[in-house]
Design a protein around this ligand. Structure first.
Ligand code: F6P
Length: 328
């Protein structure tokens, strides 16, 4: 099969993340380097079903390495979850003469690719693109580093006003149901407390910690809260709870939201994307399929896509301890 691949499709799917364009650029340029054609598939599986394709050459991806978002757009497709929908997609790929796919996205994207491969023995290679960093088989997903820098920059700004008004701020960050953004951005921004789903500290522990901070002379505090946190209260309810239970606290809330998904990708994400794109295309040309490209200890590796699909990943216990010590 390896020497029959002369046209590769590339698409982005699921929540976009900074670095996706750099990955698209790398896939297209690697195809051009190996003198094979590359077809951009717009809007993920939805566009695949509709045959929303465009031939891309090395010049098509000029000046996108530094752009957030994805030039191929992204969409979540319910139709692709049906056999009929996947058949339509397969027929479109056949009509276009596409022999293999590079899928840039999260575990939902990989699930679709895996089922598609099972039904049609169609070669797929995944590139992990999500700010959540929640995919097993890679130390980093594309966009995580950029999202951390965006969150830290925002929290630094919040700290300026918090310290000017002796206020406590609850800052909610993304991450779906894992706490990697919260933990790393919390440590990086010097947060007094970090609430992550992986470790439910409990509300009493939070109050004690805030009281201790105040007694040691901290007149303002930042508490970073993962959106998937399991205290059972959202950040607005946490604000009310602290105001009701701690004297003299002036509390505000800031939800960072989708700004964490945008922005120019960091150098780390651009380099990671470039390395992953080369690996994905060259693996397909070597006849490999049903893998995700990952980075483990700074080595670009292949990881079985069915295991990456079940991605959750444990929180870094050592970093959690560091965050506890830093809030002394
Ligand atoms: O998976 C990336 C992510 O940004 C999560 O961190 C967040 O919970 C979710 O997507 C938001 O999804 P949507 O963009 O559909 O609102």
């Amino acid at each position: 099969m390896a020497n029959q691949i002369i046209k590769i499709g590339v698409m982005t799917s699921g929540g976009d993340s900074p670095g996706m364009n750099a990955a698209i650029r790398s896939v297209v340029r690697t195809c051009a380097f190996h003198k094979i054609e590359c077809v951009g598939i717009y809007r993920g599986y939805e566009g695949m079903i509709e045959g929303d394709f465009k031939l891309l050459d090395a010049r098509s991806v000029n000046n996108i390495i530094n752009k957030g978002g994805t030039i191929l757009k992204s969409a979540r497709s319910t139709e692709f979850r049906t056999k009929e929908g996947r058949k339509k997609a397969y027929d479109q790929l056949q009509k276009e003469g596409i022999h293999a796919l590079v899928l840039i996205g999260g575990d939902g994207t990989f699930t679709g690719g895996m089922i598609f491969n099972e039904e049609y023995d169609f070669p797929v290679i995944g590139i992990p693109g999500t700010i959540d960093n929640d995919i097993v088989g890679t130390n980093f997903t594309l966009g995580f580093d950029t999202a951390l820098n965006t969150a830290v920059d925002a929290i630094d700004k919040i700290r300026d006003t918090a310290s000017s008004h002796k206020r406590l701020f609850f800052v909610e960050v993304m991450g779906r149901d894992v706490g990697h953004i919260a933990l790393n951005a919390g440590v990086g921004s010097g947060a007094e407390e970090i609430l992550v789903p992986e470790e439910d500290l409990g509300l009493d522990r939070l109050l004690e910690s805030l009281e201790k901070s105040r007694h040691t002379g901290k007149s303002s505090s930042i508490v970073v809260v993962a959106e998937g946190d399991k205290t059972g209260k959202n950040v607005f309810e946490l604000r009310d709870y602290v105001e009701d239970n701690l004297e003299g606290y002036d509390v505000r809330v800031s939800v960072l939201g989708h700004m964490q998904r945008g922005g120019a990708p960091s150098c780390f994400d651009r380099v990671l994307a470039s390395r992953m794109g080369v690996k994905a295309v060259e693996s397909l040309l070597e006849g490999k399929k049903n893998y995700m490209v990952g980075i483990i200890n700074n080595k670009i590796e292949l990881y079985p896509i069915d295991k990456a699909v079940k991605g959750d990943s444990t929180i870094d216990a050592e970093l959690l301890r560091v965050s506890d010590i830093m809030s002394t």
